[in-house]
Design a protein around this ligand. Structure first.
Ligand code: TXA
Ligand code: MG
Length: 350
C-alpha cells in the first residue's frame, strides 16, 4: 500500500464537531477508511456495503479475509435492511443493551456483500454507545463495518495514539475522541441458534444477557479457559498470538497467597536472567522487586478499561516479560481473562 499522511483530528466526544464529522463522512463516502472511537475500542471503519472499501480494511490490518467484520448502525431501520429476520429474543437484547457493547449475529440480507461477512450467510451487527461513532454513521448515510483499529494480533486500541502507533502512514484519518469507556470489545452472540451462543465474551456479561432472555451458552472454544489444574506450557511456536504485546506474557492463577508468592519467586528468577519485568496485578499489597508494577484497578470496569493500555505500555517501556496475576472469571472477569489468555505464552496455576 502506498504510504499516506495520517491526520489525527481531535473531536469533542459529548458534542462531536459537525465540520469534522462532515470531513470524515466524506472520506467514508468516497470509499476510504476512517479510524474512530466507540465505547469499547477504536474501530477502523468503511462503508459496509462497498466491497472494495472493505477489502482495504483487511489489507490495512493484515487480517485474514475469512474473519468477518462487525457492522455498526445508528438506527433500527438500517438494521431491518441488513438482516432477514429479528427474533423476539434478539429484540429483547436490542431493547435492553443498545446502543451498547453487544453484537448480534443474525441472518444477513442480500444487500450485504460477502466480503463484509467473511463469506458467511450471517452478519454481526451492533449499535455503538458513542456520539462520535453514531454521528459518523448517520452523516455518512451507510452502515459502517469496523474491526478494532489495530494491526492483526496486537492489543486493541483504546485511544488515538494506540491507533497511530499501529496504522500511521496507512490510515488517512483518525478521529481522536479520547480514551474509550469500556476498554474491551463487545460481546458477540450468535442469535441464529435455538440456544444463543456467545462467540466472544465482552463488555456485556453472560449473566446479564441471561437475565434478559434466559439460557445462553459459551462457545465450546471458550470453555477450556478455566479448566485444567496443572501448568500449561505452550511452546513458543504454537503460541496463538492475539491481543499480544511484544513482551512475553505469563499469567499466574491460584489462591491469593500462593499466587503472590509465585509472582515474587518468578520475578526474582527472571531478574537473575537479566530480564526486564513488569507485574500486572489488581492487588495493591503485592510488592515484587520488578522494573514496574502496573496496578490493574479495583473493579472489573477499571481493569477492563486499562487492560490493553497496560499491555501496550509494557512495550513502550521495553519490558521483556509481563507477569499477570489472574483475576476471577465472574461477569466481565471472564472477558478480561479471555483477552489475557490469548495474549499469554504461558499460564502457571498454583
Ligand atoms: O467492540 C467491538 O466489537 C469493536 C468495535 C470497533 O466495535 N470491534 C471489534 O471488531 O472488536 P473485530 O473485527 O476486532 O472483532 C469482530 C469479531 C471477530 O471475532 C469476528 O470473528 C466476529 O466478531 N464476527 C463478525 N461477524 C461474524 C459472523 N457473521 N459470525 C460470527 N462471528 C462474527
Ligand atoms: Mg479485533
Amino acid at each position: 500500500m502506498k504510504p499516506v499522511k495520517t491526520e489525527v483530528l481531535r473531536i469533542n466526544s459529548r458534542r462531536p464537531n459537525d465540520s469534522i464529522i462532515a470531513r470524515a463522512s466524506k472520506l467514508i463516502n468516497s470509499g476510504e477508511i476512517v479510524a474512530f472511537p466507540t465505547e469499547t475500542v477504536y474501530g477502523l471503519g468503511a462503508n459496509a456495503l462497498d466491497p472494495s472499501a472493505i477489502s482495504k480494511i483487511y489489507q490495512m490490518k493484515g487480517r485474514p479475509s475469512d474473519n468477518p467484520l462487525i457492522v455498526h448502525i445508528a438506527d433500527m431501520k438500517t438494521l431491518r435492511g441488513l438482516v432477514s429476520e429479528i427474533s423476539p429474543r434478539a429484540m429483547r437484547i436490542i431493547k435492553k443493551f443498545w446502543p451498547g457493547p453487544v453484537t448480534l449475529v443474525l441472518k444477513k440480507s442480500k444487500i450485504v456483500p460477502k466480503v463484509t461477512t467473511g463469506g458467511l450467510d450471517t452478519i454481526a451487527v451492533r449499535m455503538p454507545r458513542n456520539r462520535i461513532a453514531l454521528a459518523l454513521i448517520k452523516k455518512s448515510g451507510f452502515p459502517i463495518a469496523a474491526p478494532s483499529a489495530n494491526i492483526s494480533g496486537r492489543p486493541s486500541p483504546t485511544n488515538a495514539s494506540h491507533v497511530k502507533d499501529d496504522l500511521d502512514g496507512k490510515v488517512k484519518m483518525i478521529l481522536d475522541g479520547g480514551s474509550t469507556e469500556i476498554g474491551i470489545e463487545s460481546t458477540v452472540i450468535d442469535m441464529t441458534l435455538r440456544t444463543p451462543v456467545i462467540l466472544r465474551p465482552g463488555g456485556i456479561s453472560k449473566e446479564s444477557i441471561e437475565d434478559e432472555i434466559g439460557e445462553v451458552r459459551f462457545h465450546d472454544s471458550l470453555l477450556g479457559l478455566r479448566r485444567s489444574t496443572e501448568k500449561i506450557n505452550k511452546s513458543p511456536g504454537m503460541k496463538y498470538r492475539h491481543y499480544s504485546p511484544n513482551a512475553r506474557v505469563v499469567i499466574v492463577e491460584g489462591s491469593r497467597i500462593r499466587a503472590k508468592a509465585k509472582i515474587i519467586e518468578l520475578t526474582e528468577k527472571l531478574k537473575d536472567e537479566g530480564k526486564k519485568v513488569s507485574i500486572m496485578t489488581a492487588s495493591k499489597s503485592l510488592k515484587p522487586n520488578a522494573d514496574s508494577v502496573q496496578y490493574m484497578g479495583n473493579t472489573l470496569d477499571t481493569i477492563a478499561r486499562n487492560l490493553f493500555a497496560n499491555l501496550r505500555k509494557a512495550d513502550s517501556d521495553h519490558i521483556d516479560v509481563i507477569v499477570v496475576q489472574g483475576i476471577h472469571y465472574n461477569n466481565t472477569g471472564f472477558a478480561i481473562m479471555n483477552r489475557l489468555k490469548k495474549a499469554a505464552a504461558e499460564t502457571i496455576k498454583v
